[in-house]
Ligand binder design. Sequence first.
Ligand code: DC
Length: 229
Amino acid sequence: MNPVRIPVIAVDGPSGVGKGMATRWLAARTGWHRLDSGALYRVLALAAVKAGVALGAHDEVAALASTLDIRFVGETEADEAILVNGANWTDKIRAESTGNLASQIATAPVVRAALLQRQRDFREAPGLIADGRDMGSVVFPDAVLKIFLDAKAEARAMRRHAQLSKKGASVNLDDLFVEVRARDERDRKRAIAPLVAATDAIIIDTTRMSVSQVLVQLEILLRQKQLIS
Ligand code: DC
């Protein structure tokens, strides 16, 4: 099939808004593939740190991208793993600190360019659910459905706190809030591909919504677009 005809659903939004939950559910509901584009930025940032490349040395960071064999394995959140050149980087990738490193390199046009085709290569039949910041605006502008999930920073910090506490991590809510705000600022204000809803995106503000209420909205959108029967 011509890759351009393979349908994509873009799910964009700030960190901690629940894109992972939404895209996993959409992938299960449609039977389509899933792209976690943030994980690619995270892997690249961590690879730079490991290689002793300064995060500000954008050309060197971008050049590292072509040396990385990145594989996503497993279907559910529990058995998902990210393998980089054969090694399991899953836990390191998910760390809050790695998200901050990723957000720093993501401001560089040369880094974004190095990851652009790599993201588009995930477009495989029967379809793709793409999770990120610029899926609908830059990477897959022809997506059949563009969803922008949003929520107030306070709500996202509290959700992240609950998630981490459940995993047994001891984290301070105020620190999380400060981190969420700092990452938002950087992602929204960067000059290239800033976090912004595509003009044709459907915005869902989940601040006061439960998970099941969000899923009902997603189900309605899938039906409206006739992406499920
Ligand atoms: O979605 P995430 O938290 O894993 O993303 C980590 C960082 O990567 C995020 O703060 C900004 C950057 N990113 C991006 O710039 N563009 C994307 N499509 C995905 C992530």
